[in-house]
Design a protein around this ligand. Structure first.
Ligand SMILES: Cc1cc2nc3c(=O)[nH]c(=O)nc-3n(C[C@H](O)[C@H](O)[C@H](O)COP(=O)(O)O)c2cc1C
Length: 360
């Protein structure tokens, strides 16, 4: 870990990390290597378990522990087929924190807390933040609309203020962060740190295929990284690939056929029957408040995202992304990235403090 400035916040104190910089979970991206690299660089990494096949959770956790002694967390959603496996595995040998979107019930949250595991959901709306804290959340990550993956409608600048005013637990700002200006702004806002997905996707330790990395780096227009419901029925932000355009141009019937094909393909690899795959999709749609179309389209997501991110098929696959990808021009090592962000933030905050005077 390189020497340099750091910030002590309620987030670093709670998570036991050196810097208030979180690497969020990303399916097919936040693997053991990326999590360990983040944690070893003084940040806090979340392992994405939604895309780990049933039976694979313990091995993924062991791989992180082999690569780092530092604290890290895991991410899961209750609708995923291995949710129970995730819960029991981390309770048997606790991690520092769990993050989730569609999260567990209050009883499970109590079990996590009793085991010393911090509960750190990600929310996209102020009412979800309030509800999450009522259910027992220790820390809340707010993801503004500019963020990658499934995303809400309120930008980070507004959502952060709303949530800071509404809850009494530490709040972490996410959605659109990539540099020290962002960290300085978030801390000045009253947040306890920042969380980044897309910026960590574009690091040397990310498992994303070089062709896909190049496509992200080539994208120069934040407005072109747009939200659509055409993939799984829920609003999600993507780089505009040819496959995205094709899905958006399809009628409902064609999307359903594509989705059934994907349910078979994904289910076979994940060791799930097509019926189990559709049950998972159903659970996702029901807990997400989406309707029938979301249910039948849900299997499109993992197959096409894996094809884009890991297969490097930038025409025939999908590339989930925050708008911030348009501002990122290089792939950096996690250690360089985190060190740079913290040093830039310290300089920005010093410069801002120097502006302060007393009126006579
Ligand atoms: C490729 C990709 C995959 C993602 N997968 C997940 C996921 O599996 N679970 C989750 O809770 N959030 C997921 N997200 C959302 C991120 O964890 C994070 O909240 C978001 O990227 C923050 O916005 P930013 O990209 O502007 O930093 C994903 C985001 C991206 C870009």
């Amino acid at each position: 870990m390189t020497p340099g400035p750091t910030f002590t916040t309620p987030l670093t104190e709670a998570l036991g990390c050196r810097h208030p910089v979180v690497q969020t979970a990303m399916g097919f991206v936040a693997d053991p290597r990326l999590v360990a690299a983040t944690t070893n660089a003084g940040g806090f990494g979340f392992l994405a378990l939604a895309t780990v096949p049933p039976g694979g959770v313990a091995a993924a956790l062991a791989a992180v522990r082999k690569a780092t002694d530092g604290p890290f967390g895991v991410n899961f959603h209750m609708f995923q087929p291995n949710a129970r496996e995730v819960i029991e595995t981390v309770l048997a040998r606790p991690v520092r924190a769990v993050s989730y979107g569609r999260g567990p019930d209050a009883a499970t949250i109590r079990r996590f807390k009793a085991a010393g595991i911090l509960c750190m959901p990600t929310v996209g709306a102020v009412r979800h933040a309030v509800k999450a804290v009522e259910l027992g959340a220790d820390i809340v990550t707010v993801q503004g609309a500019e963020g990658g993956g499934h995303t809400g409608a309120v930008p980070t600048t507004l959502l952060l203020s709303q949530v800071l005013d509404a809850v009494r637990v530490p709040v972490v700002a996410a959605g659109g962060f990539h540099d020290g200006r962002g960290l300085a702004a978030a801390l000045a806002w009253g947040a306890a740190g920042i969380a980044m997905g897309t910026r960590f996707l574009l690091t040397a330790e990310s498992p994303v295929h070089p062709e896909a990395l190049a496509r992200y780096l080539d994208e120069g227009d934040p407005a072109a990284i747009r939200v659509t419901t055409a993939v799984d029925g829920l609003p999600q932000r993507f780089v505009a690939t040819a496959e995205l355009g094709r899905l958006e141009g399809m009628g409902v019937a064609a999307r359903v056929v594509a989705s059934l094909r994907h349910a078979f393909a994904f289910g076979r690899r994940a060791g799930m029957s097509p019926a189990a795959m559709l049950r998972t999709a159903w659970a996702s749609a029901v807990t997400g408040g989406a309707g029938f179309s979301a249910t039948v389209m849900a299997p499109n997501l993992p197959v096409l995202v894996e094809r884009g991110l890991r297969g490097g098929d930038v025409a025939g696959g999908l590339l989930p992304s925050g708008q911030v990808a348009a501002l990122i021009g290089t792939v950096e090592r996690c250690e360089t990235l985190i060190g740079r962000i913290v040093a830039e933030a310290a300089a920005r905050l010093d410069a801002a403090a120097a502006l302060k005077g007393e009126a006579a």
